[in-house]
Design a protein around this ligand. Structure first.
Ligand code: SIN
Length: 286
């Protein structure tokens, strides 16, 4: 697709595009906003370099795409209730977002967009991986598509925050809410969403279930469900669907949780990583 007001470089990997020619701290015209939105729908995740954003400016940019949401498990900045600081200190091993997932799919209304801004990142390490769940769905066999179409998942935050998450990467995130000063009241809640999600704006289908957040398939036992989740996650995260984003201070990534998975790498022991995270309200997955 051709863009008139922004530059969009989609050659950076299988999913995502780097956008230049915009200063996100400033208000911009409807034409620019409309092209950013179109590029986001086309590429699923947009990367902006060399920005200089206060929390209010980051939230202001995010608000162009919908109502801002509040992440229930972590404490926001005192100065801005929609901006969550994600800080991994040099001596900490706790890695927020360190498993393949889409954000908070265990909520009834998961956020459609997440905007993550790099305040201070290590010179090396701490990259984030993004996987294209639409392209992955498209390449499934007709038989697998038909099987998945009829299935709903039971999604639950207890997979992340409670005792039943039995994967190594999930265990590493247990008590995350407490550790970050948020609440833990939602831990037993379960919601039902399809395993295959149709994007309300593009009409495209994507794999949606994720190993850290989907407890089981509706009507199946968890034991029966896990092999299918494992297959889908291994399939979806093959190199041909994945872009690796190397952060620099001032980078901002804006991803579409309806069609892209992500995974924060934990390979920078001894270094500090400080991000600001904002989410935009989404709709019930269909
Ligand atoms: C997240 O999962 O929202 C955080 C990802 C990251 O810190 O790279």
């Amino acid at each position: 697709m051709g863009y008139q007001t922004i530059s969009v470089d989609g050659s950076i990997g299988p999913v995502g595009a780097e956008v230049s020619g915009v200063d996100l701290s400033q208000p911009f015209s409807e034409a620019v906003l409309s092209e950013i939105h179109s590029a986001w729908l086309e590429h699923h995740v947009l990367f902006f370099r060399d920005q200089n954003l206060t929390p209010t400016q980051q939230a202001g940019f995010a608000a162009n795409f919908g109502e801002l949401d509040v992440y229930p498990f972590m404490k926001a900045l005192d100065s801005h209730s929609n901006v969550i600081p994600i800080i991994k200190e040099a001596d900490s091993s706790m890695n927020f977002g360190g498993a393949w997932h889409t954000d908070t799919s265990y909520l009834d209304l998961p956020p459609k967009a997440t905007l993550l801004y790099a305040v201070e990142v290590p010179d090396e390490g701490g990259d984030t991986l993004f996987a294209d769940a639409t392209a992955a769905y498209a390449e499934l066999s007709d038989g697998m598509k038909q099987t998945l179409e009829g299935l709903d998942g039971i999604y639950s935050p207890k997979m992340v925050h409670g005792a039943s998450g039995d994967y190594a990467q999930v265990a590493a995130r247990e008590n995350l809410g407490e550790a970050y000063g948020g609440n833990t009241e939602f831990t037993e809640q379960e919601v039902e969403h399809p395993l295959i999600r149709t994007h309300v704006e593009t009409g495209k289908k994507s794999i949606y279930c994720s190993k850290p957040h989907t407890h089981r398939i509706d009507g199946w036992t968890r034991e029966e469900s896990i092999p299918l989740f494992s297959y889908l996650m291994n399939y979806l995260t093959q190199d041909r669907f994945v872009t690796r984003f190397k952060w620099r201070n001032g980078s901002l990534a804006m991803w579409d949780n309806r069609c892209v998975f992500h995974n924060a790498l934990n390979d920078y022991a001894g270094k500090r990583r400080h991000m600001h995270r904002v989410i935009v309200q989404g709709e019930k997955p269909v």
